[in-house]
Design a protein around this ligand. Sequence first.
Ligand code: HEC
Length: 711
Amino acid sequence: MKIQTTLLLLGVTVALHAAESRQYASKDWPATSGVEGTHYSTLLQINRKNAAKLQKAWQFDSGDEFDGSEMECNPLVLDGVIYATTPRLRVVALDAATGKMLWDFDAHKGQQVKGKQRNRGLTYWGDGDQRRIFVGIDSYIYAISAKTGQPVSEFGENGRLDLHEGLGEEAKDLTVQATSPGVVYKDMLIQGTLAAEDLPAAPGHIRAFDVHTGKMCWIFHTIPLPGELGSETWPKDAWKSIGGANSWAGLTLDAKRGLVFVPTGSAAFDFYGANRVGDNLFANCLLALDAKTGKRVWHYQFVKHDIWDRDLPAAPTLVQIKRGGRMVDAVAQITKNGFVWMFDEETGKPLVPLETRQVPKSEVDGEVTSPTQVLPTAPKPFARQQLTEENLTNRTPEAHAAVLRQFQSVISGPQFTPPSLKGTVMFPGFDGGGEWGGAAFDPKSHILYINANEMPWILRLVPRVVGTEAMTGSTLYRQNCSGCHRLDMKGSPPEFPSLVDVSSRLSRDQVKAKVVNGGGRMPGFGRLGDDFVKAIVDYVTTGKDVSLDGAEHQKKLSYAGLKYGIDGYNQFLDPQGYPAVGPPWGTLSAINLDTLQYVWKQPFGEFPELVAKGIRNTGSENYGGGVVTAGGLLFIGATDHDKKFHVFDSRTGKLLWETELPSGGNATPAVYEVNGREFVVIAAGGGRRGETHSGGSYVAFALPPSQNRSR
Ligand code: HEC
């Protein structure tokens, strides 16, 4: 009977099957980025007809914000309870109808939290009466009871597991954090991690842990051990000293197939790879792993031997597309350089047309770039691909002249133009193109929604080791710190904090502890030894420049022996601080994945002070993704400067409603229903740039109570 139906209605049966395999979020928002990374909700009480009547339903103020803090958390919503994190990484449970706090969990109770650690969400696991929330804080994963907010003592050691587990002796003191949540498959928590950007950095191996005990169940080596597949793409023994190839942006699970999709980033050090000659598998890959065993099913590498920090920036999206009259289950991945890639979920076969390009060769001593790289020819990139004289800013004649002078002193080429000592323009920049907010997919229309940045940056290599030159606090600073905090110590906030006047914020001991241990994307420098650390701390906190023995320093650096570092993470801006490229500076795109054509594309975000002068629709930097709903809406905050929460008609891109948040909504919203009422909630944490102030609130919107039943 079944077979006959299949024979008679082959196309239809296949289509039904593909559609049936997806179970989308209904009343709850059970996973960060939505079910299967789709950012999709089936709710439709709020829809095109009534979205203009939205109003604030409640606001929860954590009071946890501090100077420069951010909130990137896409909260979970289960059975009328919201689980979310605050700027100092307290976990809170809120009544989803009122925003009233039910409990909080504070891993740092009684301690001052200074350094900031990102958190993009939480993971839920439930079995009968047992319900747990997993959260990454410092180098740990905590398991806490969803009911009480208390740590679950049987998990790891007193409720937490150490993320150094299984990474080897070399990684024991290195930064490992879970800034994006893992996924739960059966009784396992599968987790990726953040690592430092410079050496020494921990390897980014993917691991599964038992949800009951925290015991490691499997490990996949993203930097293969000797004899493992991919080890031939590295120098021998590189696995001992190279770090990174980590998955910081989050994973996506196909529970039905038992496949977990893992986007990885570049190997450390990000910008100079003389010590890692080769393609460097499994850095910059989309990996399909067997969720049960961690065994590789397929992989695709997006950048060979990455020296541009082209991490895959977002958890991939599981989609269904029409191909040759059939429905195909596919996985879509957006990239920092502005492309949408798609692969057959089961085979890994690319489902977008590809082109192999010859790319420029590096002139830098010791660097061996890949002669070719591959890019899709459709869909067309969602961000511009090259900074040229023609597309430099014309905001004012003075701004144009200033950026033109600087432009003429650096190298600007097509994608994969290598870093240089002269300075190379990165466009789209280090933060995309596409970023960690990720894409939203409407399974009815097969449209993918992507918000993107268009900001050029200048990447410049500088010599790191200075022969036998006398070593002083300032030379040590130049060699070890200026790559991120810049020679003038101004850093590139918020990613890399300014150290100007650091002693007014941190005690000498706190600065020393940060230098020794590192934190987040900063490696620790304990290996330099006490006298060198002391000289650096003196220099940073007081400007005192002590002389030391240079030869001894060389020895201490021999772990990497890398000749070049960078002079900082520098955006290419005009003298007033606007991007060196002409607008749009941020965009929102809707792409039909069946046809690979754009449905619409428009600037996204504005600068209030330019709007006041009548300059509109410039677009602006934006971080945090959108949510698309069956009600025909795209909900998205994200824009840094105007702090707005926007509701668009998903079909046309028309703005239906917007409101200003207390601080920038640099996070993906969650859509849910409780007591028959649909809500959308977003973290308002701001703080992305010096000029956007930090907040600590969650704000929820809904229709006025009387409107609830209108469809
Ligand atoms: C690879 C990039 C990188 C390098 C190299 C680096 N840092 Fe950092 N640094 C960071 C980041 C990212 C943070 C913020 C993370 C955090 O606070 O946990 C930070 C934070 C700090 C802070 C705390 C600032 C504050 O306001 O809380 C101090 C102090 C500091 N770094 C000093 C140094 C010194 C001194 C060196 C050189 C020995 C150095 N850093 C090298 C990236 C780097």
